[in-house]
Design a protein around this ligand. Sequence first.
Ligand code: DC
Length: 219
Amino acid sequence: MSGANRIVAIDGPAAAGKGTLARRIARALGLPYLDTGLLYRAVARRVLDRDAGPADPAHAEAEALALRSEDLERTDLRTPEVDRAAALVASVPAVRAALLSFQRRFGREGGAVLDGRDIGTIIFPDARAKLFVTASVDARARRRWLELRARGVDAALDAVRADMQARDAADASRAAAPLRAADDAVVLDTTALDADQAFAAALAVLAQAGLTAGPSAEA
Ligand code: DC
């Protein structure tokens, strides 16, 4: 990694508030942002488009190797079908290997904020600052349900919660890069925090790591 390590790793389970927080941190620090979940979603989308089973490692690897940046721009990457397929392709070691160098290249030059499940443990174990953002499953299911409703997707809260628990279990129990906080990550529980409070707490962690936000931080 280059001399000035300006990598911020943000990991945690689905709908814990990582994306909103990561985007805000990136803006405040003037760094590019990568939502690494989108990589797995785009691979899953490609597999589904070919009517191939997302649980088949060979199909999933082929689509990961064929991934193009345009695939990340698609507007159909956040459906419940893709949620499930992404958890399956993310458990395939060859898929994770195919996506690793893209993620490292993204951050290596000038620094970056990346969010995902294994940024602080595998992708950038020497990141300057590591946050593990989490919240209770009820709080996360409710947030995801509200998001879906705002997008006009009609889903039952119980079903959203059950899906989320299944994905949590898959992400945490898989052999390849399971979801866990890095030993040196700071855990930020957002169950009782709104977005502004979570951002303020994160800024304090970043300052501790010597990463100071510019004047836009409070905007
Ligand atoms: O954060 P998300 O819900 O968009 O992630 C989609 C899926 O990809 C989810 O099952 C977790 C997985 N994922 C992963 O295994 N590693 C990452 N760095 C990011 C996401």
